[in-house]
Design a protein around this ligand. Structure first.
Ligand code: AHG
Ligand code: MN
Ligand code: MN
Length: 353
């Protein structure tokens, strides 16, 4: 009689495709030998809120019809916009768990102090990214960054707990509510993507150890703003066209970033004449995606320096963003450097040209 040990997975991968997010988080806790499990719980809280927002997203069309007829919800409140709902859902999830002491949200002017004496993490979040795409049934997302607070647990929140550079992130991720819903995150040990299986209500590992191609054939930029670009950006995009690259721009940063991460490509939201710091926010848009990009072997810069090295000066600070396949970002950076004129001069020349 032959007895063979059960071999559950033939791939030899430590974390096989199909592992649930919950189990994956538990297994990966060993990456942090001294951690007490709070970060793991925090990631689970975020995943739960993502499931709820996913449900609301799928009903967005109906909610709008309801709104058009002045329909109210069960509490008698007017139907709220999805970005407001997402904000409420994530804040609720983060405040209930007990791991978080403060939240920075795109939807809130001030820092939310949860007055939670045991919370050691700070979360920065864009609860609903790509909000202009909600009403037209196009992919939207959520972006989050997690930091460890600098001041002692239990003491009042200070500016230094909030204004940390992206290099201090302990975890970051995004949720993409698209043709399927995905959660992609990193804790600084590579990037992993999970796809939501609606009927089971679970995220399953579908994209283990994501690595971005070094170069791709996609560029993503709002070409409507071309008259306001710096010369270096104009030159780079012209080169993309001469190379025969495809232009793809959804207008939801998460969706554009995700596609380029998997297929290879560059996303650019540059400084323009109207918005000299670009449009995107450092704390809850650029930093998280920059951390993920670098963990996947891609790059993220503001035109000159790494996004992750920028010391934030204000809560809702904006930054130009060039992010994606490493060789493409480096090429765009060198073309920007070649046009060494001061920014104002470059822009006026660019407008004349
Ligand atoms: P948000 O919906 O959180 O305000 O973010 C919108 C952002 C980003 O998702 C997108 O890439 C960009 O705005 C699009 O801006 P333009 O319409 O100027 O291209
Ligand atoms: Mn956004
Ligand atoms: Mn938003």
């Amino acid at each position: 009689m032959q007895i063979l040990p059960y071999q559950p997975d033939q791939s030899g991968m430590a974390y096989p495709v199909g592992t649930t997010l919950d189990r994956f988080i538990k297994l990966k806790q060993s990456d942090f030998p001294f951690a007490s499990g709070e970060l793991s719980q925090l990631l689970r809280d975020i995943a739960l809120a993502a499931k709820i927002v996913n449900r609301e997203t799928n009903r967005a069309g109906l909610a709008n019809i309801g709104g058009a007829f002045g329909q109210t919800n069960i509490q008698g409140e007017e139907q709220q916009k999805l970005d407001v709902i997402a904000n409420i859902r994530f804040i609720r999830a983060l405040s209930k768990g007990g791991e978080v002491c403060a939240i920075v949200s795109e939807e809130e002017d001030a820092v939310i102090d949860l007055q939670n004496s045991s919370g050691k993490y700070v979360v920065a979040i864009d609860p609903l990214d790509g909000s202009s795409n909600i009403d037209v049934n196009i992919s939207i997302g959520t972006i989050f960054s997690i930091y460890r607070r600098k001041t002692p647990i239990g003491s009042p929140i200070q500016e230094e707990d909030i204004m940390q550079p992206g290099s201090e992130q302990v975890a970051a991720g995004y949720v993409l509510y698209g043709s399927s819903t995905m959660l992609v995150y990193t804790t600084g040990f590579g990037v992993n993507g999970f796809t939501y299986e609606t009927s089971l209500g679970e995220f399953f590992l579908s994209h283990p150890n994501i690595k971005a191609p070094k170069v791709g054939k996609i560029y993503s930029i709002n070409e409507g703003s071309e008259p306001e670009w710096q010369i270096g950006i104009k030159d780079y995009i012209l080169q993309c066209k001469q190379n025969g690259y495809s232009s793809r721009y959804i207008g939801s940063l998460v969706a554009d970033f995700h596609r380029n991460l998997l297929k290879g490509g560059i996303y650019i939201y540059p400084a323009t004449l109207k918005n000299q710091s670009g449009k995107l926010r450092l704390l809850y848009e650029a930093n998280a995606l920059a951390f993920i990009a670098e963990q996947a072997g891609a790059l993220a810069i503001d035109g000159e320096k790494r996004i992750l090295e920028i010391i934030p000066k204000s809560l809702h600070q904006r930054t130009p963003l060039l992010i994606g396949s490493s060789e493409m970002v480096l090429e765009a950076q060198s073309m920007l450097q070649k046009s060494k004129l001061p920014l104002s001069q470059q822009m006026s020349e660019s407008l004349e040209g």
